[in-house]
Design a protein around this ligand. Structure first.
Ligand SMILES: [Zn+2]
Length: 109
């Protein structure tokens, strides 16, 4: 009988095209996926070592689209609708995009 029992690996680490994604801050590969929400299919990851919230590199286009569409929406509101509520919708989209774009991108190793 051998004593070399290896405990099952924790369900950590996110693989994309054969490579593990890593935290750009602490280089840890112990990332866990954030739950998907109604705005994004892949809202990103959280680093279990330093608790940094990261986003997926593929989210960049989507997030810029939120910013641009939000700005267009806000400008159209100012020209045609003049409603505080529809202006708010545009500004929420812009802030969501800007906020997420400010997160570091998970790197693959
Ligand atoms: Zn980290």
């Amino acid at each position: 009988m051998s004593n070399s029992y290896t405990p099952p690996k924790a369900d950590l680490g996110v693989k994309t095209s054969g490579q593990y994604l890593a935290c750009p801050k602490c280089q840890s590969t112990d990332l866990s996926k954030l739950k998907r929400n109604s705005f994004e299919k892949n809202p990103g990851y959280v680093c279990t070592s330093c608790k940094a919230k990261l986003r997926d590199a593929s989210s960049t286009k989507t997030l810029y689209a939120y910013v641009v569409l939000g700005l267009v929406w806000a400008v159209l509101d100012r020209v045609f609708a003049h409603s505080v509520y529809s202006l708010a919708v545009g500004l929420v989209a812009v802030s969501y995009g800007v906020l997420k774009l400010s997160r570091p991108v998970a790197v693959s190793r």
